[in-house]
Write a protein that binds this ligand. Structure first.
Ligand SMILES: C=CC1=C(C)c2cc3[nH]c(cc4nc(cc5[nH]c(cc1n2)c(C)c5CCC(=O)O)C(CCC(=O)O)=C4C)c(C)c3C=C
Ligand code: FE2
Length: 430
């Protein structure tokens, strides 16, 4: 399980840290427009540069690096996930979009607004403003491209057909899928994660705004887990069924394991994607009202773990290895054959890096129940050998299926990282 932030490969935090909070502090109440007007933006920057170098915020996750952040990054408290449809019809516009997004994302992850602050009362401000004064909050922004960016309705939209990886195709239909168009697919995705809900919303909102005329929102879903404030020891978070969720995950601090399981390697497919990773997202509704009427033993048999400790059935501690051979006095397996953990584990050869968040979207208008569940997100090197076989098993025989329904689905190739001066998607488009 992820215990520390492994973004060691991303470039070190810039010494020119000029955060939203510092900007307000430097300008003083009501003074910012006047200061910029008088000295120009560069002047203000240089004042703050010197001041900030001795007090670097430690809640910045570097945007630039070999890989995009937000994949092996220790999960932050909040997510805002958005899938987009591209409306632009030429490749140049698409390239410009990725250039603009890269610049804006790099600024926002450092806690800066997306454009110069302006005192021109006749223009809308470049940044929407709701994150002014907020810290960077470990914001990560991760971009991906979906299969439909390459070919849609048989049309090679941007001359990218020859570049489409074999793995980047729509997921197969699984038994019990109840997918809805309004929660599925997308030409592009943006995953914004941070320790503040307003910071993640601000990030996606500004990126969508920048995309105006080139791409539009297709679907979006915010999500959460317990905050670090509520659980300073940062134990494994619990899902909305009350169980610890995220105990077994490949070790993000082990580079060899990440190269085997998560990062696409040169030779895996087209070279433009080496250093990237496939993201599978499933919007899974959880029938919490039914679950809340289910007795504890049944709940524990459903997952194959104890609710309180998170230990595998028959063991004492959360991180004890499960014994799948152990039987009880009735000659039944202690960890039931249809339990979620056992079925997901299989023979242990397929692994995925799970990075999901709970969601709650108010009431399901059709039933009067909560519309709540798991925004399941996982990263992997080869979906055909990782998510797909696991989900095929789960869809067939997971006891958890009585309590959940897969409502949305999409797959994206998360692009490799980039250096300052470059842009996300550069390897694909040039
Ligand atoms: C296809 C992949 C998976 C889907 C979809 C999925 C949905 C899902 N899972 C939970 C809750 C738990 N999952 C747990 C373990 C677990 N789940 C998957 C895969 C999918 N889950 C894997 C690969 C594993 C690890 C298996 C192993 O090797 O042990 C657990 C147990 C604790 C843990 O390890 O995190 C819980 C709890 C829900 C609620 C859900 C859909 C709503
Ligand atoms: Fe699971």
């Amino acid at each position: 399980m992820a215990k520390t932030n492994p973004q060691l490969e991303n470039s070190p935090i810039s010494s020119r840290t000029f955060t939203r909070r510092e900007m307000l502090k430097t300008a003083g109440v009501g003074g910012i427009g006047v200061l910029i007007g008088a000295s120009g933006f560069g002047g203000l920057l240089s004042i703050t540069e010197n001041k900030a170098s001795s007090s670097k915020p430690d809640n910045i996750i570097p945007f630039y690096g070999k890989h995009q952040s937000g994949i092996t990054t220790k999960p932050q408290d909040h997510i805002y996930f958005a899938a987009l449809d591209v409306t632009a019809t030429d490749k140049t516009a698409l390239i410009q979009l990725f250039k603009d997004w890269t610049k804006a994302a790099a600024l926002m992850t450092e806690g800066k607004p997306v454009g110069e602050l302006s005192s021109n009362g006749l223009l809308p401000p470049k940044d929407t403003g709701e994150a002014a004064g907020l810290s960077p909050s470990q914001l990560t922004i991760t971009f991906g491209v979906g299969p439909s960016l390459f070919v849609k309705d048989g049309v090679d939209r941007f001359g990218l057909l020859g570049k489409q990886p074999k793995e980047l195709v729509d997921l197969p239909k699984f038994p019990l899928d109840a997918l809805e168009e309004e929660w599925s697919g997308g030409d592009l995705c943006i995953q914004a994660c941070a320790d503040d809900p307003q910071v993640v919303f601000h990030a996606v909102r500004n990126l969508i705004r920048i995309a105006r005329g080139k791409a539009i929102l297709r679907w979006a879903q915010p999500g959460f887990q317990r905050t670090k404030q509520a659980d300073p020891k940062e134990k494994t978070p619990r899902n909305l069924f009350g169980f610890k969720d995220g105990t077994v995950n490949p070790d993000v601090n082990n580079e060899k394991v990440m190269n085997e399981q998560v990062w696409i390697q040169p030779g895996d497919g087209p070279n433009w994607l080496a250093g990237g990773s496939y993201l599978v997202v499933r919007r899974i509704q959880m029938f919490i009202e039914v679950w809340d009427r289910t007795h504890l033993k049944e709940q524990e048999n459903t997952f194959g773990r104890y609710r309180d400790s998170g230990a595998p059935l028959g063991k004492n501690n959360e991180f004890d290895l499960p014994d799948f051979t152990q039987k009880d006095k009735n000659d039944e397996y202690v960890i039931p054959v249809d339990s979620h953990m056992r079925v997901a584990h299989g023979d242990g050869t397929q692994q995925i890096l799970r990075r999901g968040y709970s969601y709650s979207n108010g009431m399901d208008g059709k039933t009067g129940n909560f519309d709540a569940g798991l925004l399941f997100i996982c990263f992997q090197r080869k979906p055909s050998k990782q998510f797909i076989p696991i989900q095929q098993r789960l869809a067939k025989m997971d006891k958890l299926n009585e309590y959940i329904s897969h409502r949305g689905s999409a797959i994206f190739a998360c692009l490799p990282g980039t250096k300052p001066g470059g842009f996300i998607g550069e390897t694909l488009f040039t």
